[in-house]
Ligand binder design. Structure first.
Ligand SMILES: [Fe+2]
Ligand SMILES: [Fe+2]
Length: 483
């Protein structure tokens, strides 16, 4: 009787943690269809739904011995304290800082839910359990939960003065990049087969990307310098997604809107998938009809999203519009020609900037030599006329600095360096960079990271910047050196 009275009073947050805690032991013995497991799952889903009401997600995180649900401290109540303590110990032993539950929990299968709990059990054997767990979830396209990551940089900042240069970040951004690429390729295959496509995996990857970019000093921007000439559409789309999310964040766009923006950016060139490949890869001058075909791709992207994507209409409309707008130009001098004079949406203007920058800094059939980041930004600023929204472009330059990450800098007699991080000071021409050391085989390796804004005792800059170049001139992928 006493027990019944207690469970009627149990709070949804406690119920959620209790269900997870008991499932952890149960899945070691029982299958997903066992009655006890089924009732544990029901309890978990019910509690999550109550907590989720009207929200995009519920965040559970651990801090100083206490659970926080959506940043609200969970009180230690009589009766529930034991469960909380056990579960807290379980998670902190595995260095899992918390997790985020999404509304998709309501439609997850019992196997998917117990599969997660099994992973939770086995992650304890891994060297980096939180990262390992998140990666398994990304690989399998689990959409209802994501794992918060230990922010090593926050820890590093606590231990060192902020000016001190930090070691390269964790491997996480590389994996997010690879999985997003794979999810996008799978979407393209589905489209190629003439089928409708879901957003389970791509949506999940964009979520992970937003999460990573929102963390302190994320290394995701380094990944946007990855170039692959032969498989351009996919790499370009992932790069534009990273740049757009980062730029949206710089402009103060809220997290849930950043996810929409990222999805849109990832899908902005979907229309190119339906174009004849010979037109896309033609190095020579295009005929008028072929050029018209190229110009149709933004409209085709919008059409594919609207007709092919499995999602509620309102969501599809929000994703479709910026894809349609990405070549319109801020002054509407681009394509397609419109019968009205309404400026593109903020997302459309953000994607236009990210798209142009990635295109200019990549090798293309019509321009085999890519531009260095600083020249591309210069061209967009000066030569772009009114093509770009000046405020969005300004924020983009502030975000990347005058010499964006990955740019090679000639330091005069001081050798060559690669820009590794944005400037620490207001001087946008003085980023942080790693010195490049040549090896015997003609390759390069990463040397010390220096702050190019540093001055010597006489007040002069310690390093001179006499020239810049695209990393491809030395055959280097920045991500290999910087992450
Ligand atoms: Fe495009
Ligand atoms: Fe594009």
């Amino acid at each position: 009787m006493a027990e019944e009275g207690y469970s009627a009073e149990i709070l949804p947050a406690e119920q959620l943690l209790q269900a997870l805690q008991s499932l952890i032991s149960m899945v070691k013995i029982y299958q997903a269809n066992n009655q006890l497991v089924v009732s544990g799952i029901n309890q978990l889903v019910k509690a999550a739904q109550v907590l989720l009401a009207g929200r995009d997600w519920v965040v559970v995180h651990l801090e100083n011995g206490r659970f926080f649900i959506n940043d609200e401290k969970l009180l230690r109540r009589k009766g529930a304290a034991n469960i909380l303590e056990n579960f807290y110990t379980f998670l902190s032993d595995r260095r899992i800082p918390g997790f985020r539950i999404m509304p998709a929990v309501a439609t997850a299968s019992p196997e998917e839910l117990t599969g997660f709990v099994q992973l939770l059990n086995s992650c304890g054997d891994q060297s980096e359990p939180a990262e390992w767990l998140e990666m398994r979830l990304l690989e399998t396209g689990v959409g209802w939960i994501s794992i918060l990551q230990v922010d090593e940089n926050i820890q590093a900042r606590k231990e060192h003065p902020p000016e001190e240069l930090e070691a390269p970040g964790r491997r996480y951004p590389k994996k997010i990049y690879a999985y997003t690429l794979r999810a996008l390729r799978e979407t393209a295959e589905t489209i190629g087969e003439g089928k409708r496509f879901g957003m389970r995996k791509t949506g999940r990857m964009i979520q992970a990307m937003v999460e990573e970019i929102s963390s302190q000093d994320s290394r995701m921007l380094v990944m946007s310098t990855v170039r692959e000439y032969s498989d351009q559409i996919f790499f370009h789309s992932v790069n534009v997604a990273i740049l757009a999310i980062q730029l949206g964040r710089e402009l103060g766009v809220a997290k849930d809107a950043l996810e929409r923006l990222g999805t849109c950016a990832l899908f902005h060139d979907l229309g190119k998938l339906t174009m004849p490949p010979e037109v896309l890869t033609r190095a020579g001058v295009l005929s008028e009809a072929e050029f018209a075909l190229v110009q149709q791709h933004s409209l085709d992207s919008a059409r594919l999203i609207l007709q092919g994507m499995v999602a509620p209409v309102a969501r599809k409309a929000a994703i479709m519009i910026p894809a349609f707008e990405h070549h319109l130009k801020a002054d509407l001098s681009g394509y397609p020609a419109l019968g009205w004079r309404k400026s593109p949406s903020l997302s459309g203007r953000i994607i236009a900037v990210a798209d142009a920058y990635d295109a200019l800094t990549s090798a293309r059939v019509y321009r085999r030599k890519p531009m260095s980041g600083d020249r591309a930004l210069g061209l967009m600023r000066v030569g772009g006329g009114n093509a770009f929204d000046p405020l969005v472009l300004k924020a983009f330059i502030r975000m990347l600095g005058v010499y964006p990450i990955g740019t090679l800098l000639d330091l005069g007699g001081g050798g060559t360096a690669m820009v590794s991080r944005s400037p620490l000071t207001d001087d946008l021409t003085r980023p942080r960079a790693v010195l490049l050391c040549s090896d015997d085989q003609g390759g390069v390796s990463r040397g010390e990271e220096v702050n190019l804004a540093e001055r010597d005792a006489t007040g002069e800059h310690r390093y001179r910047i006499v020239g810049s170049a695209h990393p491809s001139v030395r055959n280097i992928q920045p991500a290999q050196l910087l992450i």
